[in-house]
Write a protein that binds this ligand. Structure first.
Ligand code: MV4
Length: 504
């Protein structure tokens, strides 16, 4: 603890950039690490120092604890920020950082461990009077035991891996006949995925909403919450659109969830930024699901609505300072929506679509924020999550935020990789989104690839737009623009093509 002068960022892409920005604002020097394909990445360029840590495969670079610690030492860093993903929730990493005499920007290894073991987390939450989904208080020992438990809670039930989280190794069981075989397959999947065959059971909540609460804890025992994020729009356990506040809860439920989230964090002596995930059923009952012991992808919507810089707060907390705000001063103002902009093809089962970004036009303007990890000319690698940026729109009301997001999506142009911009337009214009009638099954039940396909004739305009944009990039790069790429018709094509491409 004590003051932090130089931070090693054990991550890449947009979150590494986000941390570098917070460091610079605080007068803290930043140390980036990069793999072979990230030699020219944005985080590598923006940091004060950058060190090569190995080949593209994360297992040989961003996940190499000894290499990272060696760089931290050589670079003279006094702290390590893990970002999200990679090593961010690995207790052994937090411990190794601590044992190397460095400050880990995050919670204690003990808190990471307690919340990483989902059975242990449930046990701690039950002890702290945090509502959990009815079910196991310890791992299932036998078929007889699970049958007895299920007689009490009733079908349907969800079998889950103690070492899991994020949806891996889950089994939905509807009736007695499927219980023993479900247990067997859940166990073997858990064993091979996590090296841990412990499984537990919960009552299954049907078509739940996923609503999570941001918390901050400091080293002086203070914990506050920063209200909720609605994260129900997901696909295969990957969030796609998030918003804050949530339309699904009233003020009383909101305050109750916030208070429970604080209780949950206090139960593990939580320090830093964390998130308590809840499942919310159709009667607005809420249940603790998991705690994420890291900064999350979707943290910007909380920043936009509360005005609290969460990454700055992480760094200040790690330096031993008290929380930057008191609970009574945390207020939700307006509405924020985040769309994750991915290089992927929604018309082809959301297949990742990496490649070189030939043209990039990023939206700006009132109430628009784009947290990006890329730039025009950068090659999106096949080795990592193909996220380009997180586009956030803030408005005084949900309607204004939605309109602003649609406007920003309209401005967003990427030539090169296929992106999911049109998919976001489709979702934001959907009557169920507009009503706020969303749950975790929204995309699976509403989305069909045909819904994005332009009607006959529009393809011509799309091709025109692509040609025009490529010409623009070529001339900017010093190449000779071809005949017929004069500025007037070029911009008209671009305008028509863009409008057609984005028409939901
Ligand atoms: C559940 C559930 C219904 N009932 N647990 C999926 C991710 C993992 N973190 C927990 N998950 C779920 N747990 C009970 N008792 C439904 C899900 C679930 C889900 C949860 C949040 C967001 C999206 C989801 C999509 C499918 C299933």
């Amino acid at each position: 603890m004590g003051s932090i002068r130089r931070v090693l960022i054990a991550n890449r892409g947009e979150i590494a950039v986000r941390v570098i920005r917070a460091c610079r604002e605080l007068g803290i020097e930043s140390v980036a690490v990069y793999s072979d394909p990230d030699r020219t990445a944005l985080h590598t360029r923006l940091a004060d120092y950058a060190f090569h840590i190995g080949p593209a495969a994360a297992a040989d670079s961003y996940l190499q604890i000894p290499k990272l610690l060696d760089v931290a030492k050589r670079a003279g860093a006094d702290a390590v920020h893990p970002g999200y993903g990679f090593l961010s929730e690995r207790a052994p990493f937090a411990r190794a950082v601590r044992e190397a005499g460095l400050t880990f920007v995050g919670p204690s290894p003990e808190a990471i461990e307690a919340m990483g073991d989902k059975v242990e987390a449930r046990r701690r939450m039950i002890a702290a009077k945090v509502p959990v989904v009815p079910g196991s208080e310890h791992p299932i020992e036998s078929d007889a035991e699970v049958e007895k438990l299920v007689r009490e809670i009733g079908f349907p039930v969800m079998l889950k891996a103690a070492g899991g989280g994020g949806g891996k190794g889950m089994r939905l069981v509807h009736e007695q006949a499927g219980l023993a075989s479900g247990l067997r397959s859940a166990r073997s999947e858990a064993k091979s995925a996590f090296g841990d065959d412990r499984v537990y059971v919960e009552k299954a909540i049907i078509r739940p909403r996923h609503i999570e609460v941001q918390v901050l804890g400091d080293t002086h025992g203070n914990v506050i919450h920063l209200y909720e994020r609605e994260c129900s729009i997901q696909r295969r356990h990957q969030k796609v659109i998030e918003e804050s506040p949530s339309l699904a809860i009233d003020q009383k439920t909101r305050e109750a969830m916030g208070a429970v989230a604080v209780q949950a964090a206090k139960a593990v002596d939580y320090v830093g930024a964390g998130t308590i995930e809840f499942l919310v059923d159709q009667q607005r009952n809420f249940y603790f699901l998991e705690m994420n012991t890291r900064i999350q992808v979707e943290h910007p919507i909380t920043e936009m609505v509360t005005g609290v810089d969460l990454v700055r707060a992480q760094l200040e907390i790690a330096a031993g300072k008290p929380l930057p705000v008191k609970q009574k001063d945390v207020v939700q103002r307006g509405w924020a929506i985040e769309c994750r902009i991915y290089a992927e093809d929604p018309e082809n089962n959301f297949l990742p679509a990496p490649g070189r970004i030939e043209v990039l036009q990023v939206p700006t303007g009132l109430g628009v924020r784009d947290d990006s990890g890329v730039y025009e000319g950068f090659e999106v690698s096949t080795f990592y999550d193909p996220i380009l940026s997180k586009l956030v729109a803030w408005g005084a009301t949900r309607e204004e935020a939605t309109q602003r997001m649609l406007r920003a999506l309209h401005e967003y142009v990427v030539v090169g990789p296929t992106v999911n911009v049109a998919f976001h337009c489709w979702a934001l214009r959907h009557p169920r989104f507009i009503k706020g009638d969303i749950d975790t099954g929204f995309i699976a039940s509403e989305f069909k690839p045909e819904m994005l396909r332009p009607e006959g004739g529009d393809d011509v305009a799309l091709i025109g737009a692509a040609i025009a944009a490529t010409e623009r990039a070529r001339s900017r790069n010093g190449g000779a623009p071809s005949a017929g790429a004069a500025s007037e018709p070029r911009s008209r094509w671009l305008e028509i093509g863009r409008r057609e491409a984005l028409r939901g």
